[in-house]
Ligand binder design. Structure first.
Ligand SMILES: [Zn+2]
Length: 436
């Protein structure tokens, strides 16, 4: 059996070829009646998860192949890196601020310091990484770019392939073809469960996105996949205060408070309304419809709701009240989602009611944003900032606005407004904005 270096195989004693030098560890260790899965770090009692023949197994990572207490996790170490030539075809231009970060990342990599790139939505985060990736590839090192979200991987993969035309850039996500080693890989964070000490550089995009943010297993997978001389770069538009402070302390924080187009971030405007019960009636209805039609004077509108039911009720309500506008809705389980998003890109809808499924990754031109029921618990500080980040993202300035409708002020709303103002001030101070 041919073992690819860095890839973590799940083998039994009989399948092991003792003549090959490998890292080998028991897949499940048992100590004081506590089992621990070495692949995903889940712990469970030795009275649980037992097969009839006595073997223990881990149910947390079972979708990657069942780990049992009779298995070994086996990995062939990487070959020593060899310098080489790699064609680098990046024609885009970085702003002075982006360039500074781009070089800083290389310096940190050489000093073995993990980095956090805290860049606002629309700042051009990925472009700042290309030089570092090239730097590593030239040295013959292995690089992985991973994201918790498949659509991000699918989008970045062809871009990297274009920039490194002579290199085969791998792409792995659930349901992908069998593993073929490549020195540059794009994959979902989950796929890192398949690797051990495999990458000298791990870039994790959107660390505040579901499911990476709160999943300790995925954090473990990142640590496990990192080579002992390796470094990590984390990317986020909305990192937590704790992450920012930790990165600052270690000298790994890079902040880019301005967008590529050098305009201020639209500051969210909180608007109190009496109720979120749809359909709205009386005075509340009047206020809300006035707000919506005013926003529609300059831009199309992305209207976020807290739940699927609310999305559908909002669509019905607006279709009844605002007959002169084209209105559609979308949510995660909507099977026409991709088609509708495409239509929205072509400006087919003036009002697009949506759930938080649209909070990230989508960019429309000429858009204002309204969050209905912004005081609902699904709208965390990070979610609100991501949503606000959809406005004035692309195209010429069109006065894109952000409105948060609420009945009770929340900390998340207050913080989102505060942070936006603070970033604008920082950007202004650093000379990253143009006069409007
Ligand atoms: Zn496991």
């Amino acid at each position: 059996m041919k073992l690819y270096p860095g890839y973590q195989y799940l083998l039994t004693q009989e399948e092991l070829d003792e003549s090959v030098e490998v890292y080998k560890q028991k897949a499940i260790t048992i100590e004081n009646e506590i089992c621990r899965c070495q692949r995903c770090n889940t712990k469970f009692s030795s009275l649980e998860n037992q097969l009839p023949d006595g073997r223990h197994y881990c149910c947390e990572c079972i979708s990657f192949g069942r780990v049992t207490s009779r298995h070994y996790l086996v990995t062939k170490p990487l070959d020593p890196p060899k310098k080489r030539k790699i064609k680098f075809d990046f024609t885009g231009r970085l702003t002075a601020a982006q360039k500074k970060i781009s070089y800083g990342l290389i310096q940190n990599f050489e000093g073995q310091i993990d980095s956090l790139v805290y860049a606002v939505t629309g700042a051009g985060k990925t472009e700042m990484l290309f030089k570092l990736i090239h730097h590593c590839l030239l040295k013959g090192l292995n690089v992985v770019f991973c994201s918790p979200r498949v659509d991000v991987c699918v989008e970045i993969h062809p871009r990297l392939q274009e920039i490194f035309p002579e290199l085969e850039v791998g792409l792995r996500h659930y349901g992908a073809k069998p593993y073929q080693p490549t020195s540059l890989l794009v994959c979902t964070t989950h796929q890192l469960f398949y690797f051990k000490k495999a990458f000298h550089l791990i870039i994790v995009d959107e660390i505040d996105a579901f499911p990476y943010e709160n999943d300790q297993k995925l954090h473990y997978a990142v640590d496990n996949a990192l080579h002992k001389n390796g470094c990590r770069v984390f990317l986020s538009a909305t990192p937590s205060e704790v992450e920012i402070k930790a990165a600052e302390k270690s000298g790994g924080l890079f902040c880019l408070p301005a967008r590529y187009h050098r305009r201020l971030l639209p500051v969210p405007k909180p608007v109190r309304i009496k109720t979120h019960k749809l359909p709205l009636t009386a005075h509340c209805k009047k206020t809300f419809l006035k707000l919506v039609t005013e926003l529609l004077q300059h831009n199309h509108l992305l209207l976020f709701c807290a739940s699927v039911n609310q999305v559908l009720a909002m669509e019905k309500f607006l279709k009844a009240e605002l007959k002169e506008f084209t209105i559609a809705s979308v949510h995660a389980a909507d099977c026409e989602r991709h088609m509708k998003v495409k239509k929205m890109r072509q400006n087919d809808f003036q009002i697009f009611c949506c759930s938080t499924v649209m909070e990230r990754g989508v960019t429309f031109a000429n858009i204002s944003v309204l969050v209905f029921n912004a005081d609902h618990h699904v709208f965390t500080q990070a979610t609100l900032l991501q949503i606000a980040g959809r406005a004035d993202r692309k195209g010429d300035f069109s006065n894109g606005e952000v409105v948060f409708c609420f009945t009770q002020m929340t900390k998340a709303i207050r913080k989102a407004v505060q942070i936006t103002k603070r970033l604008n001030q920082q950007a202004k101070k650093a000379g990253l904005l143009d006069e409007m």
